[in-house]
Design a protein around this ligand. Structure first.
Ligand code: FAD
Length: 393
């Protein structure tokens, strides 16, 4: 294309994955991040086999496999009755079917390993404290504009600045994100603080009316990640604000004590108001494209936002390697990614409504259908998602 680097706005999981993927193809990039230090807040993240397929292409397969925590099952419980609904086993058969495991990992570890790969490559220049304001372009260059820094030119620009991307705002102008009103609280506790009868080596979802609780072990089982959510109809996009345990408890008065006790054991709770956006069919403007949450932000219910960002990174690097011009590379990247990512966005909303939060008859239907499914049926149902690697739309 040219010897100019590709500019990547945002040094989150998506931005660093993009830089790592490009470096694997010998392509230089500059990552510009608004924060003064790179890092990730929040705690655990679930990683489907589709993300593991990507790790090797991004050059981080071995360290990711060494750092991830391998759980035995995805376990679904009814939070109202305290009863088991179903389990999806994640053992040998799952790995054989999908060619990779399902695991959980601390966000900071995932981010750190991508960052280490970027640094080792010698092809990624990372600049913190750089807040992108917008972009412009001409026939040969894409330019990033900053608050307080000189402009930066590159062969193309990737907007990976998450939910409130300035590049998306300029390109799409679709206003603020959609606020779901679902409020999520996160806490990480030492394993000894977790109720003894719930110290399962599983990603467990307690699904209740307008609320749910998720927990799984992290850091080799030394801690448990707690993520609990209820409909609170907050209309402000809050991210990471500390809250009291009593505030968290308010949304869970109506569920079984066995599930409620999990919240009593949490501490240092932090709050997020969940947002997403409608899927869109164009996120490319000439030499500029979006990636990760900037392109297709989704509710957390499929646990796939970061996995999709890593798939985007694999696809982007592949397209840059195989096209003569950056414009055609980005067009193909978008064509390969938009249907799949829109499908995950839409399904994330549906899953929230029909699996995570239904009550009465709808909850009965969920329990009836899901409790009757065999492991093989689950694997078939999930194959479109977990069987792909970012290169199949
Ligand atoms: C409660 C919860 C649980 C989740 N669980 C999972 C899960 O289990 N599995 C999964 O795959 N996904 C999960 N996700 C989704 C996942 O966290 C996101 O999809 C993923 O972090 C998106 O990465 P990103 O790099 O695209 O955006 P972000 O992580 O938002 O990173 C954007 C980066 O850009 C920077 N930035 C922003 N604006 C600018 C600017 N103007 N200039 C320069 N830099 C800027 C930010 O500081 C940040 O570093 C979950 C999300 C939530 C809320």
């Amino acid at each position: 294309m040219t010897n100019l680097p590709i500019l990547i706005a945002g040094g989150g999981i998506g931005g660093l994955a993009a830089a790592a993927g490009l470096a694997q193809k010998g392509v230089r990039s500059i990552v510009v991040e608004q924060a003064s230090q790179l890092g990730e807040i929040g705690a655990g993240i679930q990683i489907g086999p589709n993300a593991f397929h990507c790790f090797d292409t991004l050059g981080v397969g071995d360290p990711m496999r060494a750092t991830a925590v391998y759980i035995d099952a995805l376990r679904l419980m009814d939070a109202k009755t305290g009863q088991d609904i179903t389990q999806i086993p994640l053992g040998e058969d799952f790995r054989k079917f999908f060619g990779n495991p399902y695991a959980v990992i601390h966000r900071a570890d995932l981010h750190k390993l991508l960052l280490a790969r970027c640094r080792e490559s010698g092809l990624v220049d990372i600049r913190t404290g750089h807040r992108v304001q917008g972009y412009s372009q001409d026939g040969s260059t894409a330019i990033l504009h900053f608050d307080g820094y000189d402009d930066l030119g590159g062969v193309g620009v990737i907007g990976a600045e998450g939910l409130n991307s300035a590049i998306r705002e300029q390109m799409i102008s679709d206003g603020p994100p959609v606020i779901s009103g679902h409020t999520t609280y996160r806490s990480v506790i030492p394993a000894e603080q977790m109720p003894e009868d719930l110290r399962w080596n599983a990603a467990t979802l307690w699904a209740g009316p307008k609320c749910h609780i998720v927990h799984y072990p992290l850091k080799g089982g030394r801690v448990y990640n707690l993520v609990v959510t209820y409909h609170r109809d907050l209309q402000e996009a809050i991210s990471g604000r500390p809250v009291s345990r009593d505030e968290v408890m308010q949304g869970f008065e109506h569920i079984a004590p066995i599930a409620r006790q999990i919240i009593e054991h949490g501490d240092n709770w932090k709050l997020w108001v969940l947002c997403d956006r409608e899927p869109i069919s164009n996120w490319v403007d000439g030499r500029v494209a979006l990636l990760g949450d900037a392109a297709h932000p989704m509710l957390q219910y499929f646990a796939q936002g970061a996995c999709m960002a890593m798939e985007d990174a694999v696809c982007l690097a592949h397209c840059v390697e195989t096209h003569e011009t950056i414009e055609s590379a980005l067009e193909t990247y978008q064509t390969m990614r938009r249907v799949r990512t829109a499908r995950v966005q839409m399904n994330s909303r549906l899953i929230g409504e029909y699996i995570y939060h239904p009550d009465d008859a709808k909850a009965e239907v969920r329990n009836h259908v899901m409790s009757g499914m065999t492991a093989e049926e689950w694997y078939d149902q999930l194959n479109w998602l977990y069987g792909s690697n970012g290169l199949e739309s």
